[in-house]
Design a protein around this ligand. Structure first.
Ligand code: SAM
Ligand code: SF4
Length: 403
C-alpha cells in the first residue's frame, strides 16, 4: 500500500495560549533555512526503512507551514521524489495555512508543486475571541485567505475551535453562520482542550452548553451538506481528508521533522512505532546517527514494537473515532481468536452503558459515547495482564500464536 507522509514545520507567528504542539514563535529558534536541510537529511537517511515506492498523501502541518518560504516546502517534496518515491497521480497534497501568512505568489508556488488541498487555521471569526486565544490575525485576514482560495476554486478545510473562554452559544452561532456562507468542502471542529488550572480553563460555558454547541455544529453543518465522518471532522461526500483517514484505519505513515510520529504496520506481528524528539537540539543531534535499521538509526527510547494488547487498544480507538465505525470482522484478520473475543466482550459492556451501538455489523460510538469519547477509550484500553473471556489466555506478548 502506498505511503502517507507527514512533515512538521514548527514555526508560528505567535504561540497561541492553548497550544501544546511542538512549535515556536518564528524568531526564537534556528531559521527555516537551517531546519529544512535537516528534514531533507532525515528523508535521505530513513528512506531505506520503507518498502513502499509510492506516496498517496503528503501533509505539511505544524506549526504554520505557510509562514516559511514556499521554496523550502517544495524542496522537501522534491527530496522525496529524488529519494525514489513517486506520487500517485491522484495523490492528496495538503498544506496547513494560517490567515495573514498567505499571498497569491505563495499560493501559485504551492499549486505548481502539486499541492491540491489547504487547511486554514480560522479558529473563530470573532476578533475578540481571536485575542482571547492569543492569535495575531483578525477575521478579515481569514476572509482574505478564503477569498484567495475561492478565486482558484481550491479544495480546502477550516479549523474551528469552540467552547472558548467567555464564548456564548450566540457567538458560536455567528461563526456557524459565516461557515455556512462559505459552505467549505471540509471542516474540523475542535472543542478547546486545556489542562485543569490552565488560564484558559476559566470562564468557559458549562458542560450542558458545551454539549449544545457540539450538537449545534453538527446540525448546522449537515444543513449545508457536510456530514460528520469522525468525532471532530465533517466533509462533503468524497472530500473527507484521505491523509487523516489513514491514521484512523491502521495504515502505515511516515512522520518527518521535529516531534513527528511514524507507524509501520508491515513490521510484524503488530506493527512498529517510532518518533522524533520534541526538543530541537536533540532533533539536530539525530543527524549524527548512522546505520541501516531502526535499531541503529534510532535511540532505544524512540521506537517500540507494538505488543498485542497495545495494537488492540490502538485498533479499537482509531476505528471508533470514525462514524463508519469498527467492522465486527475487521479485527479477525489481525488478531488471534482470544483477542477478538476480548475486544467484542469489552464492546458489549460499553453497549450496555449506551456508549457504543452495533448496527449492520459495525460498532459505532453513540451520541453519548462521542461526548465522553475519552472515557470510552479508557474503558477500551487493554493491558498485557488482561485475560481473554476464556479466563486462561493472557493478552501478553507470548500469546501471539494462540490463534
Ligand atoms: C497544530 S494546529 C496547526 C494549525 C495552525 N497552526 C493553526 O493553529 O491555525 C491544528 C489545529 O489544532 C487545533 N488545536 C490546537 N490546540 C488545541 C487545543 N488545545 N484544543 C483543541 N484544539 C486545538 C486548532 O484548531 C488548530 O487549528
Ligand atoms: S498557530 Fe497553530 S500550531 Fe502555532 S501555536 Fe497557534 S495553534 Fe499552535
Amino acid at each position: 500500500m502506498a505511503l502517507a507522509v507527514y512533515v512538521h514545520i514548527p514555526y508560528c507567528l505567535q504561540r497561541c495560549r492553548y497550544c501544546d504542539f511542538a512549535t515556536f514563535e518564528w524568531s526564537e529558534i534556528l531559521p527555516p533555512e537551517r531546519y529544512v536541510p535537516q528534514v531533507l537529511d532525515e528523508i535521505r537517511r530513513r528512506r531505506g526503512f520503507w518498502p513502499q515506492t509510492e506516496i498517496r498523501t503528503l501533509y505539511f502541518g505544524g506549526g504554520t507551514p505557510s509562514l516559511i518560504a514556499p521554496e523550502l516546502i517544495v524542496a522537501i517534496k522534491t527530496e522525496l521524489e529524488n529519494s525514489g518515491f513517486r506520487f500517485l497521480p491522484d495523490a492528496e497534497l495538503t498544506l496547513e495555512i494560517n490567515p495573514a501568512t498567505l499571498d497569491e505568489a505563495k499560493l501559485n508556488t504551492y499549486m505548481e508543486a502539486g499541492f491540491n488541498r489547504f487547511s486554514v487555521g480560522a479558529q473563530t471569526f470573532n476578533d475578540r475571541l481571536l485575542k482571547v486565544c492569543g492569535r495575531k490575525h483578525e477575521a478579515r485576514d481569514t476572509h482574505e485567505t478564503l477569498r484567495l482560495l475561492g478565486q482558484y476554486a481550491l479544495n480546502y478545510s477550516f479549523d474551528l475551535l469552540f467552547a472558548l473562554p467567555s464564548q456564548s452559544l450566540a457567538e458560536l452561532d455567528e461563526d456557524l453562520a459565516i461557515v455556512s456562507e462559505y459552505a467549505p468542502p471540509h471542516l474540523s471542529a475542535y472543542c478547546l482542550t486545556v489542562p485543569e488550572g490552565h488560564p484558559m480553563s476559566r470562564g468557559r460555558a458549562p458542560e450542558e452548553e458545551q454539549v449544545a454547541m457540539f450538537d449545534r455544529i453538527e446540525a448546522r453543518l449537515r444543513m449545508v451538506g457536510l456530514a460528520k465522518y469522525e468525532i471532530s471532522n465533517f466533509a462533503r461526500p468524497g472530500l473527507e481528508s484521505r491523509h487523516n483517514s489513514i491514521y484512523w484505519s491502521d495504515e502505515s505513515y511516515w512522520g518527518l521533522g521535529l516531534s513527528s510520529h511514524s507507524y509501520s504496520r508491515e513490521e510484524g506481528p503488530f506493527g512498529l512505532r517510532f518518533w522524533n524528539p520534541k526538543n530541537l537540539a536533540q532533533y539536530e543531534k539525530q543527524s549524527a546517527l548512522g546505520g541501516e535499521s531502526f535499531q541503529t538509526l534510532l535511540p532505544p527510547d524512540q521506537w517500540e514494537r507494538l505488543e498485542m494488547h497495545e495494537a488492540m487498544t490502538d485498533f479499537g480507538h482509531m476505528h471508533l473515532r470514525t462514524m463508519s465505525g469498527l467492522p465486527e470482522d475487521a479485527a479477525q484478520g489481525k488478531f488471534p481468536k482470544p483477542a477478538v473475543a476480548s475486544l467484542t466482550a469489552r464492546l458489549k459492556e460499553l453497549q450496555k452503558r449506551g456508549w457504543v451501538k452495533l448496527d449492520n455489523g459495525r460498532w459505532r460510538l453513540s451520541r453519548e459515547g462521542q461526548l465522553i469519547s475519552n472515557k470510552v477509550f479508557e474503558e477500551l484500553t487493554f493491558l498485557a495482564s488482561d485475560r481473554a473471556p476464556d479466563g486462561l489466555t493472557l493478552l501478553a506478548p507470548d500469546s501471539y500464536c494462540a490463534v
